[in-house]
Design a protein around this ligand. Sequence first.
Ligand SMILES: C[S@@+](CC[C@H](N)C(=O)[O-])C[C@H]1O[C@@H](n2cnc3c(N)ncnc32)[C@H](O)[C@@H]1O
Length: 398
Amino acid sequence: MKATSLLEKQLLNTIFGKIEHGSLGVRYWDGEEIAYGQARGNIKLMFKTVPRFNFAKDPVLALGEAYMNGDLDYEGHLEDFLQLLDANPQVFAKNGVLTKTVQAMSGLTSRFQAKQNIQHHYDLGNDFFSLWLDKTMSYSCAYFKHPDDTLEQAQLQKIDYILKKLNLKPGETLLDIGCGWGWLIIKAVQTYGVKAVGITLSEEQFQKSQQRIASLNLTDQITVKLLNYLDLDEKTYCFDKIVSVGMFEHVGKKNIPNYLEKVSRLLAPGGLSLLHTITDTTESKPENSWIKKFIFPGGYVPSLREVVWQLPEYDFHLLHGESLRMHYAKTLDCWYHNFSDHIDAVKEKFDDQFVRMWSLYLQGCAAAFRATGLDIHQLLFSKGLNNNLPLTYDHLHN
Ligand SMILES: C[S@@+](CC[C@H](N)C(=O)[O-])C[C@H]1O[C@@H](n2cnc3c(N)ncnc32)[C@H](O)[C@@H]1O
């Protein structure tokens, strides 16, 4: 064995040797198999070659990179692996335990960086996303009323559910911050006769949503803007309702107060806002640097309490909160299933590294919703007091 491969093996052996909770099987490139931790594990990493990445600096990032590059495969369930990461932070954390809070405090995202971050992910091409999203092109957690609902049904149910929570009335104004490909605002206008504004930072989403709106003759009722939500003019706009679905994860820890402030300035007194966002159990978990580097640059998953405690600062009153954790695991399963079904078409557009990266992202996130504290919440709140709302939420389920 060459000296470098021996050194790499010693390093990995030292890292995995610190596992105290759970267990991990590893097959090295020379064929040797070692079981780490306690008891028999259900997950096995198989190094095909000497990995080229810096495990000493950031093991999670290096494992992700080794998988993407085809140096590493695994057998078993990703859920088990993610539980192992959670249970052994001292082994897998970047340079020791650096919490999400500490890392995220280091930078306020500029307008330019925010746009770059969004384009990195969302401007991969509408034809790519349409291969595996449903027909509405909703790119957020769906709502499954029955386990065998199709993805499209579940996405339409999610939109319907959100619009009911917002208690929309004809003639009201609705803002959708991070409107994606526009289906929620289209449904809101068609079903409730509201006037809607949608904002996105993605060029591709902007083009496609404009086309959809024009083809449905809704241009008088809907405006879509290619804009950072922070730049929406408060002197021109005031909305009865504001919704944001799957956008808040891009805001960043330092910008949470700016987001809430902006919503407060754009919302009419007594107005309602619904925030649909991924949340984590605590803000002191190590962040996943692989996801942050390759999938969502600039992303930050807040904890639920981090959002809720700030609401009163802006005179927001929490009315309703709901976790849809298992709905997101199912949504991701559907996306991964569609992605795999269209793998040949994906491979025509992207290289192997990209395909492995997106497979890991979709499967890894599904596993994280199932096995870690990763969650997703819909929070409904009013600006100031609103005494004219239904007394119960029975209408949501009729
Ligand atoms: C995960 S997608 C969700 C899209 C849509 N709401 C849905 O449910 O399908 C996130 C959206 O947030 C938008 N976004 C992220 N940061 C933004 C910002 N600073 N200003 C405006 N839009 C932003 C993206 O362009 C994208 O449309």
